[in-house]
Design a protein around this ligand. Structure first.
Ligand code: UDP
Length: 312
């Protein structure tokens, strides 16, 4: 079925991708420097036939033994707090890491997929966001290190496609949640769930009127797999169009956990996008894909996971 190199394979999305690839009969080389990844995310895969783990920083030259059919570049800090704490690593893995992983794909004649993001749309002036929207990004704000690195990564991917003929795919990933998110990564899903489970106030930033649209991880990973196996070179949104305000989301977490914790309002971080919702008509038409897991069901699974790790 082919051999895949998955960078960031010990992260939240990377580890779910490793699982899906193994379950579909692929061999998987999981590469991660573990600055935000966690070996526990893939410890159950170690020893499984066809799986190997290499601890490595993919901003350096990558040497990979043997043939490769797929390269998926998922290594990157991915939460606003992570990119504030690791701005240079974020820029490097999106730029140098994309260059190095594209180099491997070219050398091995492998198909390449870059994990891009809804952040390329910045604080969007078009709603919902369609792939042909070029975005509204502040290059010098705190989120610029992530947004611009991913925009550069898309440009580099298209350059390798056009100039070197590498077979490439670009997925723009919208807010995704599920088991294996880091409790302290600062994103809204782990923040609210861990606060609710500890009976601490749920910290809503701003007045909570900003919107997001949350996709359960298994839906997202299936969409990415279908995109990889399709012929589509241009960027494709994968996410769930079920949009809600952050305040509504906090109330949903309160309802599902049954916590009596109050909601606390804190200042809105700089450049926090006011609205976000993917237009997924392209993925629907091209990949016959759409998300299936309802929010309450996905959140229940995520809450069950967080019950096992909160407090550790
Ligand atoms: N947010 C919040 N409280 C938190 C963490 C996040 O209200 O404790 C808000 C944040 O300001 C943003 C939304 O939730 O409007 C989603 O934030 P997240 O960090 O998950 O990712 P983003 O979509 O901004 O990349």
């Amino acid at each position: 079925m082919g051999r895949a190199l998955i960078t960031g394979g010990a992260g939240f999305l990377g580890s779910h991708l490793c699982e899906l690839f193994l379950s579909r009969g692929h061999e998987v080389i999981c590469m991660d420097n573990l600055i935000t990844g966690n070996p526990a995310n893939v410890s159950h895969l170690l020893g499984q036939p066809g799986f190997s783990f290499i601890r490595y920083d993919v901003t350096n030259y990558i040497h990979c033994e043997g043939p490769l059919d797929y390269v998926l570049h998922f290594a990157s800090p991915a939460s606003p707090i992570d990119y504030l704490e690791k701005p240079i690593q974020t820029l490097k893995v999106g730029s140098l890491g994309t260059h190095k992983t594209l180099g491997v794909a070219k050398d091995k004649k492998a198909r390449y997929l870059i994990a891009s993001t809804s952040e390329v749309y910045g604080d969007p002036l078009v709603h919902p966001q369609k792939e042909d929207y070029w975005g509204n990004v502040n290059p010098v704000g705190p989120r610029g290190v992530y947004d611009e690195a991913k925009r550069f990564a898309e440009a580099m991917t298209m350059a390798y496609h056009r100039f070197h003929g590498v077979d490439t795919r670009i997925v723009r990933i919208f807010n995704t949640y599920g088991p294996r998110m880091r409790v302290k990564d600062g994103r809204v899903v782990p923040a609210f769930i861990s606060q609710a489970l500890r009976n601490e106030p749920l910290t809503v930033f701003g007045d909570g009127s900003q919107t997001r649209s949350f996709c359960y991880v298994t839906d997202l990973i299936e969409g990415i797999y279908r995109l990889l196996m399709s012929d589509e070179v241009q960027p494709t949104n994968i996410g769930n169009p079920n949009e809600m305000t952050v305040l509504q989301f906090a109330q949903e977490i309160k309802r599902l956990t049954g916590t009596s914790a109050p909601i606390e309002f804190l200042p809105l971080p700089e450049d926090d996008p006011k609205i976000r919702r993917p237009d997924i008509s392209k993925a629907r038409a091209l990949l016959s894909w759409e998300p299936k897991v309802p929010l309450a069901e996905g959140l229940q699974k995520t809450i069950d996971y967080f019950r096992t790790v909160v407090g550790r």
